[in-house]
Design a binder for this molecule. Structure first.
Ligand code: ARG
Length: 620
């Protein structure tokens, strides 16, 4: 509706004021502030008056005379103009009913893209690191990534999920080296190793050696970015140990030495098993076939750097290979160059990402690549995107591939600091999942009437709804405070509340069948819609927004828009349900029209909750 009105009014403004040709005048259509005066308003008269130098009310009159919305709205008259020149538009209920009837198809008005509009889109999500526990940040890269992938697929695109696992390089070699030593000394049994063991081996390995080095100093001097600094820091800290064993092991690992490779494989298996299990607990579609870790690009790095050097894209600076990206946005201070090969011959996180971009664009044939990674890596992605463009890697069939960093903020504890567990450790994702499961079970414990099976199924859906909705309902880039109590509440703007709203609608159909016979739903599905009550009209307008909101999420990569939509839809439904009796409606026609509204609401809620990755249940 909003889109149609925008078109119509833009058209009217262009016809009424031909002198504005070539200027993009915003028709400024907004939902009406008070439905008594109108469902929508056009607020363009004031801006247009400034441009053409006239009186805003006169301008509004001219727009009125030029616009044709007679098929959608009540007739526009002088009385439609309010205040300095707002134009109030009241949508006709028969027009709404027509649009809603047209939307009542299996696709719910959201037609999948076809032909040239259908893109191949890579979604980089999850991104765990071997030998490290998943931490709370991975909740975000996993659920936001999963939801964006679901939305883009729902819009008809060919979506390829890629889990860019940190599974290569010195830190992993250090862990492997340590484990091999421990196993040789009979201290551990490699066959029984757990992720917790790997995690402590990782921390021990990192402790070895703490000397500063030239690389770190250079990184800081040229402000090459925190990701790189952390990376170099980790490498520098390991300096002494490298001299002993680590580097040897890395060389062996790179050469796929069977003994070392076997240990690496073990580390990978143990980590990935836990990672994929946690993703399952979050109802996120992250499967073994989505794993495309750093190791997958190991062989490509040498030739890639050679390619860039030979074409003059990269240059040697103090023994290291770098790519200058001075044309980087935003302007000054000049963007730091991307380091792609250290002077000791080692490659970096950025080198691997360059190789991944080339693979995604050239082999996977992506039109768009979406990176769901935390905001601290903003500079890293700006750099590698720019370097990949400069290298000509981010092109497909001569057209630039859109590389987008869907960055997200941090999860904070109620003290406003990064979220930690009770023991003060930095929080593991598994702890968060278990916390949500415990809370959900506690909330459902009193419900004696539920069978054990129902209780378990419901508790699982409630905990997933709680976690995922909490994580996605605030703006992606904003940090948010994690509150275990609030997120499982059945009232307020929470995932469980929305599940509850859905379950209540479903129960109406059970009752309708009991009272009016099994054919009632089918009869309602074909019933003419009458939207006489304002609550019915509001619900209809909310439903009609579904397709444009979902398109917006696909474009902006912002799931909170879908969350806000679902919450508003649930609210519009609750008001409708209070104001308009369904099963006790005055007559059969009204009852069936209202049942049809219930059914549409149910289907839109199911569709939208599924996009958020919230499992849909029948009772609660
Ligand atoms: N493993 C990385 C980290 O934990 C995230 C990977 C993100 N994806 C990428 N293509 N760099 O920081």
């Amino acid at each position: 509706m909003l889109a149609v009105l925008k078109d119509r009014f833009a058209d009217a403004i262009a016809r009424a004021f031909p002198q504005l040709a070539g200027q993009a005048v915003d028709p400024a259509i907004a939902p009406g502030k008070n439905p008594k005066f109108g469902d929508y308003q056009c607020n363009a008269a004031m801006a247009v008056a400034k441009l053409v130098g006239g009186n805003p009310r006169e301008v509004a009159k001219a727009i009125l005379a030029a616009v044709d919305v007679s098929d959608l709205a009540e007739p526009l008259t002088d009385a439609s103009i309010a205040g300095p020149g707002f134009i109030n538009v009241t949508i006709r209920t028969d027009a709404l009913a027509g649009l809603l009837t047209a939307m009542d198809t299996p696709t719910l008005g959201l037609e999948p893209a076809t032909g040239a509009a259908r893109q191949t889109i890579v979604v980089d999500l999850c991104g765990v690191n071997l030998a490290k526990q998943l931490h709370v940040g991975h909740l975000r890269s996993t659920v936001i990534g999963d939801t964006l992938a679901r939305v883009l697929a729902r819009l008809g695109h060919n979506v390829i999920r890629q889990n860019h696992v940190g599974d290569w390089g010195l830190p992993i070699a250090m862990v492997a080296s340590r484990l091999m030593d421990q196993a040789a000394a009979g201290q551990i049994d490699l066959a029984r190793i757990t992720l917790a063991d790997l995690d402590s081996a990782y921390k021990e390995a990192k402790k070895a050696g703490t000397s500063e080095s030239a690389a770190l100093a250079a990184c800081r001097k040229y402000a090459m970015g925190s990701k790189l600094e952390a990376e170099i820091l980790a490498q520098v800290e390991d300096a002494k140990a490298i001299e002993n064993r680590g580097k040897e092991v890395l060389v062996k690992l790179q050469a796929k030495d069977p003994a070392v490779y076997k240990v690496w494989q073990l580390i990978s298996d143990v980590t990935m098993q836990q990672c994929l299990a946690t993703c399952r607990d979050l109802n996120a579609i992250v499967l073994p076939e989505h794993t495309a870790g750093e190791s997958a690009y190991a062989e490509a790095l040498g030739p890639l750097v050679d390619d860039l050097l030979s074409r003059g894209v990269a240059e040697i600076s103090q023994g290291a290979a770098i790519v200058r990206v001075d044309d980087l946005e935003p302007g000054p201070p000049p963007a730091p160059p991307v380091l792609i090969r250290k002077s000791d011959g080692g490659y970096l996180y950025a080198t691997t990402d360059m190789a991944a971009i080339r693979h995604r664009c050239q082999t996977l044939k992506a039109d768009r690549v979406v990176y769901v990674v935390g905001a601290p890596q903003m500079l890293h992605f700006k750099q590698v995107f720019a370097a990949a463009r400069k290298a000509g890697y981010a092109e497909r069939a001569g057209k630039p591939v859109s590389l987008e960093h869907a960055a997200f903020g941090a999860i904070l504890g109620e003290d406003g600091k990064p979220f930690k567990t009770r023991s003060g450790q930095s929080a593991k994702l598994q702890d968060l999942v278990e916390l949500a499961q415990e809370r959900a079970q506690a909330v459902l414990a009193e419900r004696a009437e539920l069978s054990e099976y129902d209780r378990t199924t419901i508790a699982s859906a409630v905990s997933i709804a709680a976690l995922r909705y909490t994580d996605m309902s605030s703006e992606r880039l904003r940090d948010y405070v994690f509150s275990p109590e609030r997120m499982v509440a059945f009232e307020g703007n929470t995932g469980p509340y929305l599940l509850y709203a859905l379950v209540r609608i479903k129960s109406i159909f059970r009752k309708a069948a009991e009272r009016f016979g099994p054919a009632e739903s089918a009869a309602a599905a074909a019933a003419p819609l009458t939207l006489g009550q304002s609550a019915e009209k509001n619900l209809a307008m909310a439903l009609l927004r579904y397709s444009s909101v979902t398109q917006d999420v696909g474009r902006t990569l912002e799931p909170h828009r879908l969350c806000a939509f679902i919450y508003e839809l649930a609210g519009a439904y609750a008001s409708f349900f209070d104001a308009c009796p369904v099963l006790t409606a005055p007559d059969e026609a009204t009852r069936r029209s209202r049942l049809r509204l219930c059914s549409l609401t149910e289907r839109v809620l199911v569709d939208a909750l599924t996009l958020l990755g919230i499992p849909v249940i029948d009772r609660m």
